[in-house]
Design a binder for this molecule. Structure first.
Ligand code: AMP
Length: 634
């Protein structure tokens, strides 16, 4: 298939913000894609080169792209850089340059999907010194055959910023629309061109009014349902098939069920391409046959936030299991022939944690298993637990691993079992999974523990446990439903977290960066500072909590306020007079050598503008010292 076909869809997707329209466009693309190209197209339409579980990255610096653009177009690199500074989007820069070049030289080969993917993957596989020239050659090869719009999307894919807004959920729906017979009340026939459309005013094919008033009953296509809608995993999957549904309610239920089945396949395989291909070639049965595989990480279950313990019990029910919320990082442990460790973002960190691998080898008694847990740091002298910040360096560490395991020792707290001795436990209630987990591991001080837990329906007992958790240096507690199943990738209410809320801070903006892409005309990342005597000292940057449009603090508003205060500009960064105060929310105050205050905020978020507050009334470093000391029973 030609790359230009995918580019046509990219362009259409960029024109709309409506999810239904996007879904329709992608489903049409998937329908016309050959079976051979389907995996590749499904990944590329999301801007991905590999499935989610595969951590290879292209890792190309903007600098190298500028060079490749200059070499392909014959335009001096300085000019290319200038147009990047003014346009702010490398993809658009590429499009402009190729347009100019194409007027001069007209011959070129047509790019295929396969060629683009091959070169992109080769780029990801080239690492280390001496590969720069080869990388340049691979990019040049694509650009020299690319039409202007193709260049735009090749570059955006290269830098991992496709910006067409095709999220995972949209692609999941598109897979349903493309490969399963349309469901009544979800699809409607255009009275003019007879194409089948989602519920939409104007037909996406001919542009005429869909005139939906006549209602789905008369105009909906065949209504279908999936037999055996409950308990998919437990029943004999041979029974599943699409049959005629009785009415519209059934049809809607079926549609949602179909989406669940596709989402389940995505969560277990972490591969959109394989999911689309299976849907097309093997149907529902094939999707249901996608199962847990040791060695391939599945998405972790996520937890909602509760205001306090009362709220937590309300969500998960009574009695519930409370557990320490350890302040480390999530780890998914797989063992088949070998042991593999994955982070919450599904990165393979086995090499970085030989100590955890050994602990698991010695203390987990099961054969083939998948466990879920949290790695925490231990002070080598006092054996006290350390905050996450102290061990974060170990996650990315590539060298001197042996030394760092001694300097920064860690331990493992397991809290869930997903598979034990080859048995998939995903649909077992939490209390059963916990029992299996306890049976499978042999705890050992400072090496491995099963998360400290309390099962209770008594709020006072729960409060005491929460207090104890904080005193021990934990972030808070998790409160879990005893009957909840393990739902990969979902923030379902089977468990909630309860953490102390932090007092917000009023901080001064002292600098900012101009945005890129569609934010190029705005300042988009803001350096925040507190007062120290008569100076302002930095506490990091914030870009979250600010809106592109709608209510609340907007980028446009902040840009307007700060523009007259700009003192200096270097590249895309500016310093501004300290005048504007914003209220900032955050999860935690951390020590930081990077910023002049000595502190940084974890997950800062702008709450509101404090136009009423002058800069000299912003919060002081003394308050930060105090709040830092009060955190978690320190
Ligand atoms: P948050 O990162 O604030 O969404 O909180 C959820 C995270 O807390 C999980 O992803 C785990 O990394 C971590 N965590 C620590 N202790 C536990 C526990 N006992 N059960 C579940 N998650 C835990």
């Amino acid at each position: 298939m030609l790359y230009s076909i995918l580019v046509e869809t990219y362009k259409e997707l960029e024109k709309t913000t409506k999810r239904l329209e996007k879904t329709y466009l992608i489903s049409e693309l998937l329908k016309k894609t050959s079976t051979e190209d389907l995996e590749t197209v499904t990944l590329l339409v999301q801007g991905n080169i590999f499935p989610t579980y595969d951590q290879r990255e292209i890792g190309i610096a903007s600098r190298l792209i500028l060079k490749a653009l200059s070499q392909t177009s014959g335009i001096e690199q300085k000019h290319v850089e200038n147009s990047w500074a003014s346009i702010g989007d490398l993809g658009e820069v590429a499009e402009e340059l190729i347009k100019k070049k194409k007027q001069a030289t007209l011959h070129s080969e047509n790019l295929t999907i396969k060629k683009v993917m091959t070169n992109l993957r080769k780029l990801a596989d080239l690492t280390g010194a001496g590969t720069v020239e080869r990388k340049l050659q691979l990019i040049r090869e694509l650009l020299s055959s690319a039409k202007p719009a193709e260049a735009r999307y090749i570059i955006r894919t290269l830098i991992g910023d496709l910006r067409i807004g095709a999220a995972e959920g949209t692609i999941r729906d598109a897979i349903a629309w493309a490969f399963f017979p349309p469901v009544g009340s979800i699809f409607f026939e255009c009275p003019n061109c007879k194409s089948w459309m989602p519920k939409i005013k104007k037909c996406l094919n001919c542009g005429k009014d869909m005139n939906l008033k006549s209602g789905p009953k008369t105009r909906g296509r065949k209504i279908l349902e999936i037999k055996e809608t409950e308990e998919i995993e437990k029943k004999n999957i041979q029974n599943y098939d699409l049959i005629q549904a009785k009415d519209e309610t059934e049809a809607r239920k079926t549609y949602n069920h179909l989406l669940d089945i596709i989402q389940r396949a995505i969560n277990l395989s972490n591969d959109m391409g394989v999911t689309a291909l299976t849907a097309k070639t093997k149907g529902i049965k094939g999707l249901l046959n996608i199962s847990l595989t040791t060695g391939i990480p599945l998405k972790v279950m996520l937890y909602q936030k509760a205001k306090d313990l009362e709220d937590a019990f309300k969500t998960v029910g009574k009695p519930a299991q409370l557990e320490y919320k350890y302040d480390g990082f999530r780890i998914q442990i797989h063992k088949n022939k070998e042991i593999k460790l994955f982070t919450r973002r599904l990165e393979d960190v086995t090499k970085q944690f030989p100590d955890i691998v050994n602990i698991v080898k010695d203390h987990v008694k099961a054969k083939k298993y998948i466990l879920d847990g949290e790695v925490i740091g231990i002070d080598p002298k006092t054996k006290k637990w350390l905050p996450f910040q102290n061990i974060s360096q170990r996650i990315k560490r590539k060298y001197d691993i042996k030394e760092i395991t001694k300097d920064v020792p860690v331990m493992l707290n397991v809290f869930d079992a997903i598979m034990i001795n080859g048995k998939n436990l995903i649909n077992e209630p939490f209390k059963k999974r916990r029992t299996s987990l306890e049976k499978a591991v042999r705890p050992s001080a400072n090496k491995l523990a099963v998360a400290k837990a309390l099962v209770t329906d008594d709020e006072q007992e729960a409060e005491a446990f929460y207090k104890e958790a904080l005193e021990k240096g934990n972030e808070g507690v998790m409160v879990k439903n005893l009957d909840g199943i393990y739902k990969p990738g979902s923030r379902v209410g089977y468990g909630v977290k309860v953490k102390p809320t932090m007092e917000t801070l009023d901080l001064v903006i002292i600098g900012a960066d101009w945005g890129t892409g569609k934010r190029a005309k705005w300042l988009s990342s803001f350096t925040i500072a507190c007062q120290k005597g008569d100076r302002f000292v930095e506490m990091g940057k914030v870009g979250t909590g600010i809106k592109e449009k709608g209510d609340g603090v907007s980028f446009a508003q902040l840009t307007e306020l700060l523009k007259p205060l700009i003192e200096k500009q270097k590249g895309r960064a500016v310093t501004v007079k300290p005048k504007i105060v914003i209220e900032v929310d955050y999860e935690e105050i951390q020590k930081s050598p990077t910023y002049s205050s000595g502190y940084a905020l974890r997950f800062p978020r702008v709450v509101k503008l404090r136009e009423d507050k002058p800069a000299d009334e912003a919060d002081s470093i003394d308050k930060i010292h105090r709040l830092y000391d009060q955190q978690r029973g320190r």
